[in-house]
Design a protein around this ligand. Structure first.
Ligand SMILES: *Cc1c(COP(=O)(O)O)cnc(C)c1O
Length: 412
């Protein structure tokens, strides 16, 4: 079945299509408590709900894995922000991917961008295969898509921007070809968040998030979500959400919903900070190159202008430092505000070396072909003051690149 010509309908579960992002972030899925008037919803920890007669629950709920008030409200909010009719929450971004892949019949074929999140790559190559779903990876999906489609191709998987090289995919270009063949398009929108990009508006059928990152935004919840418009997808994926049972707790749903209410403020601040840091890095003699979609020098900056809100670049960037892998490691240890850690999208700024950390599992030749050099540093800009972040990066560059030369033990 194709959903290509499915119009973006008024989300029946969202408060109002006339409201803008910030208003929806604060109010979607956040009704006042009808009995107490509480402005903030209670955390509903009960796992089971009373029935007045056999099969007649008192309210909307029966058992908390199937649905509960906190998860429902969070799902409504995500649906509103992604311009979707439906959203479903899962216990992690990875569980979201697993549920979508599990919805495919054995023997199905998937085409994916090569530069996917490591855990997604692992699921595609090590788990999906065990129920006979095969995935072909393409480094240039816009060009190759028509050739890679087979009769059994059911899904296209896109991540834009990619991790950690921040290359972009033109969602509309891929979706147009996919829909001619009745193939669904999934976009992992984790890196930009719904504030910067709404993939369904560009022709995608499903948008997925690791809520762990920008949507929760405070590095204290692991969760995932998928949003879409099709009734048939809702039937299939909500069945699997309950049947597989990889669901978030009421408390995590509540926390993630609280985080989501400030997404617009955080995403704007992270973009501003990343723009300042990327510009400073690009001007530094200690840097080989910078990957940031918000810079005019980004090879696909035109796609950013078309696909991202106001051409925003988001909070993520990466750069190659002079002095090789040793300099990259020294840089990450020399920053004082940026913490050396995996993950991204939180209020605090982070740095990491993908070649030795998040992407260490990929063989070197394959990694370098994708632009993940040993001297590549990935940066997640948080919402601290932009001038402090810029100063921190500049002092760390001096320490990592110039310091060792002065001491006569530079590796460059
Ligand atoms: C973190 C991440 C995931 C996986 O999400 P988890 O919540 O860690 O399971 C998927 N895609 C991207 C782009 C991510 O950054």
């Amino acid at each position: 079945m194709t959903f290509a010509d499915h119009p973006i309908e008024t989300p029946p579960r969202a408060p109002s299509p006339v409201h803008r992002f910030g208003t929806l972030a604060v109010h979607a899925g956040s009704p006042h408590d009808p009995t107490t008037g509480a402005v903030i919803e209670a955390i509903s920890l009960s796992t089971t709900f009373a029935q007045s007669a056999v099969g007649k629950p008192v309210g909307l709920y029966e058992y908390s894995r199937s649905s509960n008030p906190n998860r429902d409200n969070f799902e409504r909010a995500v649906a509103a922000l992604e311009h979707a009719r439906y959203a479903l929450a899962f216990s992690s971004g990875s569980a979201t991917t697993a549920n979508i892949l599990q919805s495919l019949a054995a023997g199905s074929h998937v085409v994916s961008v090569s530069d996917v999140y490591g855990g997604t790559h692992r699921y595609f190559t090590k788990v999906a295969l065990t129920h006979n779903v095969k995935v072909t990876f393409s480094p240039s999906i816009e060009v190759d898509i028509a050739e890679l489609i087979r009769p059994e191709t059911k899904l296209i998987w896109i991540e834009t921007p990619s991790n950690p090289t921040l290359s972009l995919v033109d969602i509309r270009a891929v979706a147009t070809i996919a829909h001619q063949h009745g193939i669904l398009v999934v976009v992992d929108n984790t890196f930009l968040s719904p504030y910067v990009q709404n993939p369904l508006d560009h022709g995608a059928d499903i948008v997925v998030h690791s809520v762990t990152k920008y949507i929760n935004g405070h590095s204290d919840v692991v969760m995932g979500a998928a949003a879409f418009n099709s009734d048939a997808l809702f039937e299939k994926l909500s069945f699997l959400q309950n049947a597989i049972g990889a669901v978030p707790s009421a408390f995590d749903s509540w926390l993630a919903h609280r985080g989501l209410k400030t997404l617009h403020l955080r995403a704007r601040e992270a973009t501003k900070n990343a723009t300042t840091v990327a510009t400073a890095l690009e001007a530094s003699p200690h840097v080989i190159s910078v990957n940031y979609p918000g810079l005019a020098s980004h090879p696909q900056h035109k796609i950013a202008l078309k696909q991202h809100r106001d051409g925003m670049g988001g909070g993520m960037l990466s750069f190659r430092i002079k002095g090789g892998h040793e300099a990259a490691e020294r840089f990450c240890q020399a920053t004082k505000i940026f913490t050396l850690a995996e993950s991204l999208g939180g209020v605090e700024s982070l740095v990491e070396v993908p070649g030795a950390m998040t992407h260490a599992g990929i063989p070197r030749a394959q990694r370098e072909a994708a632009g993940v050099w040993d001297d590549l540093v990935r940066v997640s800009c948080g919402i601290e003051d932009e001038l402090d972040l810029k100063a921190d990066v500049l002092q760390a560059l001096e320490k990592a690149v110039v310091g060792p030369k002065l001491n006569g033990n530079g590796s460059a």
